[in-house]
Design a protein around this ligand. Structure first.
Ligand SMILES: Nc1ncnc2c1ncn2[C@@H]1O[C@H](COP(=O)(O)OP(=O)(O)OP(=O)(O)O)[C@@H](O)[C@H]1O
Length: 307
C-alpha cells in the first residue's frame, strides 16, 4: 500500500506538490494522472525517498522508504527509464542491481523473460530504442519481486503491442495482490489500464475515483427522438428529471435511464425513433477537470477565451 498524507513540496517559490492525499491499495492498479507539470514525478520521487517532502508524509506499507531494510524487495520503481549506463548490457545492468540487493541470479532470467528482452539481453543499453529502455526499466523494477510497483509513464515510447504488454503485466501484478501505481498524462490509455484514478493538477488533488464512477459521473443524459416529443416531455416530468430539447423532435433527458424512458413511452404509445444514452468521453472529462491546471497552455492567457 502507498499512503500519501498532506504531502507538500516547495522548490523556492514554486509549490510542486500541494497538500496531496491519496492511497494506492493492494490488488488494484492506481492511475496517477495529471497534465505536464502537475507534480506527478515529484510525488513519486518523494515516495521512494529521492526527494524530501517540505511537509506531510509518503509511506510504503506503513513506513517511509528509508526505513525499509530491503527497499528494492518492498517497492519496485521505474522513474527515469534511461538512467542506465549506456555501455552496459541489459543483463549486466540487472546483474549489478541483483548483486547489490542480495537478489539471486535466477531472478534475472525471470524478469528478462517477463519483459520480452531475451533476444537483446546481451546488447548494450546505449543502442536500445525508447521502448526497449522502458521494458528494461520495468524489468529492473520487478527484479526484487516487490509487493508494490510504481512506474512513471511506463507506456511512453511503447508501440501498441508494448502498451498491451504493460496493460496485461500490470493487471496480472494487481491480481496477485500487489499494489500497482502508474503515472500518465493520457486519460484514455490510463482508463484502460487502471481501476482507480488519482487526478492531480498544479500539485493538488482534483479527483480520487474509480474509472467506473468517473464514467457514471459523466453521464450526459439520454437522447430521445419522437414526433410526439411534447407529449413525451410531459409524461417524463418528475422531481429529479430534467428535459431539454434541441429540435422539435429531439429531447435530452437526465434523471431517467434509457430503459425507464422506453417503458414510459411504450405504456403511453409514444413512438420513438431514437433512444440512446449519451456520455462525455473520459478524455473530455479529464480536460474539463484539469482545464484550470494546465501549466503550459498553448493559447495565450490574455486572449480571455476558453481553452
Ligand atoms: N528540482 C526542481 N526545482 C524547481 N522546480 C521543480 C523541480 N522539480 C519539479 N519542479 C517543478 O514542479 C512542478 C511539478 O513537476 P513534476 O515534474 O513533478 O510534474 P509532472 O506531473 O511529473 O509533469 P510531467 O508530466 O511533465 O513529467 C513543475 O512546475 C516543475 O517545473
Amino acid at each position: 500500500m502507498i499512503e500519501v498524507r498532506q504531502l507538500t513540496k516547495r522548490y523556492g517559490p514554486k509549490t510542486a506538490v500541494d497538500g496531496l492525499d491519496f492511497t494506492a491499495l493492494p490488488g488494484q492498479v492506481t492511475g496517477f494522472l495529471g497534465p505536464n507539470g502537475a507534480g506527478k514525478s515529484t510525488t513519486m520521487r518523494m515516495i521512494i525517498g529521492l526527494d524530501r517532502p517540505t511537509s506531510g508524509t509518503a509511506t510504503v506499507n506503513g513506513r517511509r522508504y528509508a526505513e525499509h531494510s530491503a527497499p528494492l524487495q518492498e517497492i519496485g520503481a521505474l522513474l527515469e527509464a534511461r538512467a542506465v549506463h549506456p555501455g552496459r548490457t541489459a543483463y549486466n545492468h540487472l546483474l549489478g542491481l541483483a548483486r547489490t540487493h542480495g537478489i539471486p541470479r535466477t531472478r534475472i532470467d525471470e524478469v528478462i523473460d517477463m519483459a520480452g528482452l531475451g533476444a537483446v539481453a546481451g546488447k548494450r543499453v546505449g543502442g536500445f530504442s525508447l521502448g526497449m529502455g522502458q521494458r528494461l526499466g520495468i524489468a529492473s523494477a520487478l527484479l526484487g519481486d516487490p509487493g508494490v510497483v510504481m512506474l512513471d509513464e511506463p507506456v511512453n515510447g511503447l508501440d501498441p503491442e508494448g502498451v498491451l504488454w504493460v496493460r496485461n503485466l500490470l493487471a496480472g501484478l494487481a491480481a496477485e495482490g500487489r499494489t500497482v501505481m502508474l503515472s500518465s498524462h493520457l486519460m484514455s490509455e490510463t482508463s484502460l489500464i487502471a481501476d482507480h484514478l488519482v487526478i492531480v493538477g498544479r500539485g493538488r488533488l482534483l479527483a480520487d475515483t474509480s474509472v467506473e464512477a468517473l464514467i457514471q459521473q459523466n453521464d450526459a443524459g439520454v437522447r430521445v427522438a419522437s414526433d410526439e416529443a411534447d407529449r413525451l416531455r410531459a409524461l417524463l416530468a418528475g422531481p429529479k428529471v430534467t428535459v431539454s430539447s434541441t429540435t422539435a423532435e429531439e429531447l435530452t433527458v437526465t434523471g431517467l435511464s434509457a430503459r425507464e424512458i422506453g417503458e414510459i413511452a411504450n405504456k403511453h404509445d409514444v413512438p420513438l425513433y431514437e433512444l440512446s444514452a449519451q456520455s462525455v468521453s473520459l478524455e473530455e472529462a479529464f480536460m474539463e477537470l484539469t482545464r484550470d491546471s494546465i501549466e503550459y497552455a498553448a493559447t495565450a492567457p490574455s486572449s480571455g477565451k476558453a481553452r
